[in-house]
Design a binder for this molecule. Sequence first.
Ligand SMILES: Cc1cc2nc3c(=O)[nH]c(=O)nc-3n(C[C@H](O)[C@H](O)[C@H](O)COP(=O)(O)OP(=O)(O)OC[C@H]3O[C@@H](n4cnc5c(N)ncnc54)[C@H](O)[C@@H]3O)c2cc1C
Length: 366
Amino acid sequence: MLSFSQEDKALITEIIDDIKTLIEAEMHDPESMKISEKYSMPVSELAAQFNNPVLGNLFKSAFDFHGMSAILALWTLAWMGSGGAGYPIGGSGPFAKSIEERYLTLGGTISYKSRIDKILVENDTAVGVRLVDGTKKRGDIVLSAADGFSTIFKWLDGKYSNDTIKGFYETLEPFPPLVFVSLGINGDYSHEPHWLWFSLKTPIEIGGEEIQRLWLRNHSMDKTLAPEGKTVFSVMIPASYDYWTQLEDKQEEYLVEKKRIEGAVIGAISELYPDIKNNVEVIDVATPLTFVRYTGNWRGSYGGWLFTKKTMSLRMPLTLPGLSNFYMAGHWVAPGGGLPAAAITGRVAVELMCNNENIRFTTSMP
Ligand SMILES: Cc1cc2nc3c(=O)[nH]c(=O)nc-3n(C[C@H](O)[C@H](O)[C@H](O)COP(=O)(O)OP(=O)(O)OC[C@H]3O[C@@H](n4cnc5c(N)ncnc54)[C@H](O)[C@@H]3O)c2cc1C
């Protein structure tokens, strides 16, 4: 950045110094809280402070995620700088598998394909869950790490809520749902950048919206994803939830739209790599309805609540008012969402549980 724009030396140096401070600091140290406050503005506002408009524009393109606070970009760079964040080879499958293995090693058990439709309550105490097939499973404590809206307003019928909690779901902005297109290409693109953000000569229409720019991920650096000489590309496009829900009961129209999106996305990538047109061997289009089907997340959101100036200092409760033996964890109880929020809230929920049960909270990990 310095070699590109000396006129922005002061701002660039300040941002880099602040990232270095974050690398050394804990998230809730007074020093990092001060930096968080300083960068609470949206990325677009920070980008506007660059004197060089091209650099400002590049900065915005690289780091502006759904209008979230600039501090998120700084934290991400700090975590990457310290080796605490990165890309898991193999993608999310092996990543999830390693958590499953750890849980099983600790003595946990898992029942897959067990969809819950009610949390069982007796005398304002959670006593278990009911599955969609009617099976009841009792437990001493219930912890919901699934969708927040379903947990509070469907599985508990909204009986254990208050205006603050209702207000979250009425006023806060969640991460958007996605159209996610994955492509298996017969060709080697390992010499190409692993992430590209490019403007389309001919905009495409996805789910009723005009798309003028595309984020293209080239997964060449992960050799586990494709055979030698072949490449996985993926494209992540924020989508309109309402557009897709109106196709929920129109299977034929839904499939036609998915097919049309395949062609539109291949055409768009061909603007950059003309050869791919004839070399797509596999293609998969996931829509907001796909994400709801697999994860149950409210309005197809892919990450819970956005991290903004309004939500960054918001502490959400991991319990519900008036309900005993019940806890929540996951991206719906910590603004900013994502995997860090899911992991941290899981740990805090168990800490809270131990506290309430008079058990000393210990871990074999720091
Ligand atoms: C394409 C994509 C890319 C992403 N990239 C990143 C990234 O780079 N970095 C990052 O930090 N985050 C990323 N995220 C976000 C991240 O995956 C989520 O924020 C995180 O998985 C949230 O974890 P969670 O445990 O709170 O919820 P979830 O992962 O949604 O887990 C909820 C679980 O509850 C289960 N469930 C739901 N309903 C029921 C029911 N009725 N009965 C039983 N079980 C049920 C679901 O099957 C699911 O297993 C990405 C998400 C997507 C979709």
